[in-house]
Every structure is written in C-alpha cells, then in structure tokens.
Design a protein around this ligand. Structure first.
Ligand code: KIV
Ligand code: ZN
Length: 516
C-alpha cells in the first residue's frame, strides 16, 4: 500500500469519524424494565437476556440495583461473569453503603460502571430529601468521588432532570464531571418534557457546562405522555451520545424509551449521521424473548416489533407493497429479524422445525428441554390447528414451572347454567399428593376453594386478568393473577387452552413464590 493511499484512507477514516458520531446504547431492561410488577425474572432468565443483549450489540447493560435485594445482587454477579463485551452497570443511590455493595457485585465484570445519583428537581429536593440545592450538590460530588475509589467509569444521574431548572442542572453536571463522572444522565423521570424542551435542556448543558467534553451526556426518557422516543431523539440531535433504553420499551408505568425504535430511527435517518453497534437483525428475536420471559405482551401496533407493524391489511396498501415494497414500508422486516418465510408448525412438524422456530425467536433449548417442549407442542397441535409464535414461546416458558414446589396434578370441574359448580383437585407438594373438593360460585371459584382446603394460608386475589392470545375458540388463554399474602403481592402467570386450568395454574404460580 503506498503512502498516498494510506494517507487518503486515514483521511477518509478521519472524515468518517468526524461525520458520523457514535451513540452508546445503554440497556436498562434488566433494571428499570424489570421494576414492572409481575415482570421479575430469575437469575438464569436474566443471564439469558443479558447474553442476547450482548449479541444484539448494546454497549452497556444495567444489570440491577444490588443493594435492593440479595436477588438483584446475585444477578449482577452472575451477569458480570456471563457477559464479555458490554460494560456491566450497577445502580445505586447517593449512599456509600449502596456504592460499596455495587462495587462488590461488579467484582467479576470485565468492564464495570457504577451508576449513582440523586434527585435534582424542586420536588425531590424539597419533598423527598427536605434539603437545599447546595446540600444536594455536595452529596452529588461526594458520591461520585466515593464511587471513583472503586471504578474508573462512573455515571451520575440527576433524577427528575426533566423538571429541574436548567441553570441549577448545569451547576450539578459541571460539579460531577469535575469530581470524575464519565457519563452524566439527564433523566426525564416522569416523562413530562416536550421534545423541544428536552432537546433545549441538552443543548443548554452542552453550551454552558465547563468541561462538558470530558463526559458523555445520556438520555433516559420515560413514556408517560408517549414522548419517550421523541425526547430521546431530540436529546441525541442536541448532543447526547448515550441513550438509555429497554427492549419493547418496557418499564414502570408507561415504560421507558424503546431500544428498537431508537436503533431503527437512527438506521433509517442516515442524515442524522449517528451510528450504533446494534445488529438490528437480532431485534425481533430479543423482543419476543423479553416479552415471553416477562409475560409482558407487546401491543399489536407497537412500532417495529408489534404483530401488525408490517401487516398491510387494506387492499390499496397490499397492492402498493406487492408492486414495490417501499411504497408503504420504510423498513425491510428482514432488517429487524422478521423472517417472512416461516415454516407453518402443525401436528406433523418434527423437532427440527420446532427448534428452528425457537431459535428464530431467540430461544435455544438443550435437547432434553426441547423434547419436553416438543411433547407439549404435539398435545397443543392436536387441540389447535394454527400454532403461532406466542404459543411456542409459552410452551418453551412452561418448563420453568417444572422445578416448582407445588404443582397441579389434576383438576376436574363440573359447571353449567342453573347448577352450582363443583371442583376436585389434586396438588403435588414436594412429591406428595393431596386431594380436595369444593363447590363454588362458578368453576374458578370452586377450583380455588378446593385448592385453599389444601393450602391453608391467608391469601386473597388482588387482580385476575384473562386474555386470549389471538383469536378462535381453540386459542390459548393467558392468566395473570396477583395474590396478596402477609401484605405483599405475588404475581402468577399461566397459559392454557382451558382457562379454568390456566387460572388455577396462575394461582399456584403465585403461591410458589411465597411457599418455599
Ligand atoms: O427514571 C429515572 O430517573 C431513573 C434513574 C434512577 C436513573 O431510572
Ligand atoms: Zn428510569
């Protein structure tokens, strides 16, 4: 290679760095996303999601809030061992004990980050902390300095920055960068900001904070008014170079900014000249995986990953797409990993077809688990002719209940119009069988009364939701159940073509969380 060529390659490369900026993707599915009631994952499931996030190409995985529970602590430890490339981040409050515990949880991480911070809005300063702006500023500086004793990479969050006055916010950002923060997170915690307002906030910080170039500004937008993605993009367009997101936009209340939306906006709008490391073909499989493991359905019209996102139903649209896909589609479904040529799964399909479909959906099962799922698949295929992706994922998820202490052995219910419902039930508790029968006001009531004769605990149903997955009388019913025991709510889930059985299984799933 001659020198001129090398120089021009280097110049071209340099020009490219100048022209296309890198955006770091910080995924908080396993921390902010996992805070959703009923979405909690066990450590094995979290590792599965973390490895899928690594394959997807995220830069940072926020793996948990270690001081909050031994489970969270353990998940951060295990994810740190299981993942290589992304930085592993642990959340803390601006409290020394939190930071000590986070540093301990991160000990196996190859790249570690502590994410510490404090509320900066008047609501937080006055009502949450009964403090003053100056005191909060001191605590912010102190916690960054303390975290720096453990790790080089310290991210600071100004909680409720969306409702924090920009001049005070700039003081805090400047001070924490001076104290050593490598990333400063500007959360719109309540999802209140307008895109123009949030963009202005980032611009104000870029223009008014001394030393701003020594740190990366991060967006963290909640979706309470449906503006999380718009706000994130406004932040990026004004200088933020990290975006905090979750798969499917899951998160408390109306959720967080969705990873798939931000990635595909940047990929589609090349003129923004901002790139991520996301391998977009892994988007659909991870979306299905997270939805299935967290029992959190994706709304059909959800951008990018919803069931209808690429379904053209009107005649005019279908005609246009058939003539030229780009008439009505701005994204090729294959770019997000949606495989049009899926093989239909029927009672005659073999294990290989099932395994292939599960792999497309991001689930890789060992052989003996696959055999169990295949058995369930054949039984379902006898009852239901059209087996879809949700059915497959539910079957794959079912074997998670195999290790539970209490299992439903059988259930028989007699019900009808004008007669009282009667149920007999048999439970297998740690290998021993117990039977009971009861009558009740409807089949579910009868079954649960029978169950309560065996498990004599004080527990009440707080929420009971039955959902059909698709359509048709042979469809699977999904049941979400919230059961209160000693003042704590436990969530249970099941899916079955028999909704009475699904209800009882969901109840048992919840009980298994407190009967150890
Ligand atoms: O929404 C928020 O402010 C947060 C912080 C803890 C980062 O999740
Ligand atoms: Zn948040």
């Amino acid at each position: 290679m001659n020198r001129t060529f090398l120089a021009s390659v280097e110049k071209g490369f340099f020009l490219q760095i100048m022209m296309t900026d890198k955006l770091f993707i910080f995924d908080t599915t396993l921390r902010d996303g996992e805070q959703v009631p009923g979405c909690q994952l066990n450590t094995i499931e979290k590792i599965q999601v973390a490895q899928a996030l690594e394959n997807l190409g995220v830069d940072v995985i926020e793996a948990g809030f270690p001081v909050s529970s031994p489970g969270d602590f353990n998940s951060v430890v295990e994810i740190s061992k299981a993942v290589t490339w992304p930085a592993i981040c642990a959340l803390t409050r601006a409290v020394e004990k939190d930071i000590d515990v986070a540093a301990e949880a991160l000990k196996f991480a190859k790249h570690k980050r502590i994410h510490t911070g404090i509320g900066t809005s008047p609501y937080h300063i006055k009502y949450k902390f009964n403090s003053t702006q100056d005191e909060i500023l001191e605590r912010a500086i102190a916690c960054v300095k303390y975290a720096k004793k453990y790790v080089e990479d310290v991210e600071f969050y100004c909680e409720d920055a969306g409702r924090t006055d920009n001049v005070y916010l700039a003081r805090v950002v400047e001070a924490v960068i001076k104290a050593g923060a490598t990333v400063v997170n500007i959360p719109d915690t309540t999802g209140y900001c307008l895109p123009s307002e949030y963009g202005e906030k980032i611009k104000f910080l870029v223009e008014n904070v001394n030393g701003i170039h020594n740190a990366i500004l991060s967006t963290h937008c909640h979706n309470d008014l449906g503006m999380a993605t718009a706000n994130t993009i406004a932040g990026i367009m004004n200088g933020a170079r990290q975006a905090e997101v979750t798969v499917n936009g899951i998160g408390e209340r109306a959720g967080n900014t969705s990873l798939e939306e931000v990635s595909m906006i940047l990929k589609s709008h090349r003129e923004l000249a901002i790139e991520t490391h996301i391998n977009t073909q892994h988007i659909y499989p991870i979306s299905r995986m997270v939805s299935s493991l967290m029992n959190m359905p994706v709304q059909p019209n959800k951008a990018i990953v919803g069931r209808n996102a690429f379904a053209h139903s009107s005649g005019i649209h279908q005609d246009g797409v058939l003539k030229n896909r780009e008439s009505y589609e701005i994204i090729d479904p294959k770019d997000v990993g949606i495989d049009d040529n899926t093989i239909a799964l029927t009672a005659r399909s073999g294990r290989a077809a099932l395994k292939h479909r599960l792999n497309v959906l991001g689930v890789d099962l060992p052989q003996e688990k696959l055999d169990t799922v295949y058995e369930g698949f054949l039984q379902l295929a006898d009852r239901k002719k059209d087996i879809n992706d949700d059915d497959i994922l539910l079957l794959a998820g079912k074997d998670r209940t195999e290790s539970q202490r209490i299992k439903l052995e059988y259930l028989q219910v007699t019900s009808g119009v004008g007669i009282k419902s009667v149920a007999s039930i048999c439970l297998n508790i740690a290998g021993e069988k117990f039977e009971a029968a009861a009558s009740g006001n409807g089949p579910v009531d009868a079954a649960i009364k029978a169950l309560k004769q065996i498990i004599r605990r004080q527990m009440t149903i707080q929420e009971f939701l039955i959902q059909a997955i698709n359509k048709g009388s042979d469809d699977m019913g999904k049941v979400h159940m919230q059961v209160e025991h000693k003042g704590i709510n436990y969530y249970g889930f099941s899916a079955n073509t028999d909704i009475i059985a699904a209800s009882v299984e969901a109840y048992i799933d919840a009980i298994n969380k407190f009967v150890k």
